[in-house]
Design a binder for this molecule. Structure first.
Ligand SMILES: [Zn+2]
Length: 438
């Protein structure tokens, strides 16, 4: 016996020469039997799960590809994969009026007044939102009929951009500034809340398209064409009882503004605009548009809500758009009737969602703050919305529209589109005839 054979043989036999390992064919037989039994068991479990899917606990049911029966369980698991991207949160205006924009006195880790703080954003499964860098309309008498008198709106907007960015920086484990869809996805994948900036009203531009470019450079990614006042670019719908039109929609400067927004990749937001402004902008914009916080007029008849006539234009014109539903009770239902179900009625009518927290004094029952988003998703789930539809609703639709606007911007720039240099024609402070005029 060679040394090698001796070694092998010593492993297979004990000191008395009795074989300690089974013969190879026996070993293979046992293994086949074990595998066979395991395969049979797995198949049996899968068959049982398939036939009795409805009787399984929700945790196993969603794992097995079934629909959970508890709407809240379903809502939370949908939101885990597709968190909410909110089109409009008014935290910066709360910072201005309640804390004089002193970020050191704002503690978002504590229970904040109003409807937004970090704990409730997390509980509500918020993956991103637009910080509304809103300042109110100027006093129309002081500003003058043609919007020419100086106001502090541009300064105030810069302060609101500043306070938003300082708050985002103060909580780097929670917030991440986002300048586009890639940033939104990256923030969410790192467990952060993507933080975007939106200007709520072109009255904040000081009648100047150059100001839009500078807001863009600071990170602004949507501009609402009006707030509740008319401005040099477009007509507003007002609030209640609504506003008489001034320009019958967009002005020539408003069209130029949209050109520049399309070129830059700033979303055109049609909340607060008159119906004529909305229809003209929808037709004119090369990029998909948004309504950052507007509900359906058919469900609750107030001028601030979007009428079916405008909603139908989206389809008729073959455009892409997203309407993010406003939660402010006055726009949701008659007095005292705004609740989760009433908001869901708007969502069902429009088919898309989002909301407005911290800019509203009252709240709908069951949707008291940002932690309550899952309740709305649960309500829609129990009305038969599929998980795919709900994933679109929570954030997918906004991402699609935003990506569409980014693509338009890229194509326009590639085609050589130049910055828009148009000036408001009523301005007299800049000479138009060159040096000779000086
Ligand atoms: Zn608003």
């Amino acid at each position: 016996m060679s040394e090698e054979t001796a070694l092998l043989s010593s492993r297979d036999h004990d000191e008395y020469g009795t074989r300690t390992k089974p013969d190879a064919p026996f070993n293979t037989r046992v293994r086949s039997i074990v595998w066979g039994v395991l395969t049979l068991l797995t198949t049996a479990v899968l068959v049982v799960m398939l036939f009795f899917l409805d009787d399984l606990p929700d945790s196993l049911k969603s794992w097995a590809g079934g629909e959970p029966s508890d709407p809240m369980f379903a809502a939370l698991s949908i939101l885990d994969k597709s968190p909410i991207i909110d089109g409009h949160i008014d935290l910066p205006i709360l910072a201005r009026y309640r804390y004089a924009n002193n970020v050191s006195s704002i503690d978002l880790n504590s229970g904040m007044p109003a409807q937004v703080d970090i704990e409730r954003l997390r509980k509500g499964k918020v993956g991103g939102f637009f910080w509304s860098v809103y300042v109110s309309c100027a006093d129309p008498d002081a500003e003058g009929e043609e919007f020419l008198n100086a106001t502090w709106r541009v300064r105030d907007t810069l302060e609101q951009i500043d306070v938003s960015k300082l708050l985002i920086e103060k909580y780097p484990d929670t917030f991440q500034l986002a300048l586009g869809t890639t940033d939104i996805k990256s923030a969410i994948s790192h467990g952060k809340i993507a933080s975007l900036l939106g200007v709520e009203g072109a009255h904040q531009l000081g009648n100047s398209i150059a100001v839009l470019r500078q807001y863009y450079a600071l990170g602004v990614r949507y501009v609402t064409l009006t707030h509740s006042c008319h401005n040099a670019f477009a007509d507003s719908c007002g609030i209640a009882p609504g506003k008489e039109p001034l320009h019958n929609g967009l002005t020539p400067l408003g069209l130029s503004l949209i050109d520049e927004m399309n070129r830059l990749g700033v979303l055109v937001d049609l909340s607060h605009t008159s119906d004529a402004t909305a229809i003209q902008a929808l037709k004119y914009s090369k990029a998909p548009v948004i309504w950052s916080h507007s509900s359906a007029r058919t469900v609750h008849d107030v001028p601030r809500n979007v009428p079916d006539e405008v909603l139908k234009q989206i389809t008729d014109l073959g455009k892409d758009a997203v309407v993010m539903v406003n939660f402010a009770p006055y726009f949701v239902a008659p007095d005292g009737l705004a609740n989760v179900s009433a908001v869901a009625n708007h969502v069902e009518h429009i088919g898309k969602i989002y909301c407005d927290f911290d800019g509203i004094g009252e709240v709908p029952t069951g949707l008291e703050d940002v932690s309550k988003y899952p309740a709305l998703i649960a309500e829609l789930y129990s009305r038969g919305w599929t998980k795919y539809e709900l994933a679109g609703l929570t954030g997918g639709n906004l991402l699609r529209v935003f990506e569409g606007a980014e693509k338009v911007s890229k194509n326009l720039k590639a085609a050589g589109a130049q910055p828009v240099y148009d000036l408001y024609d009523k301005r007299t402070d800049i000479p138009r005839g060159g040096w000779n005029e000086l």
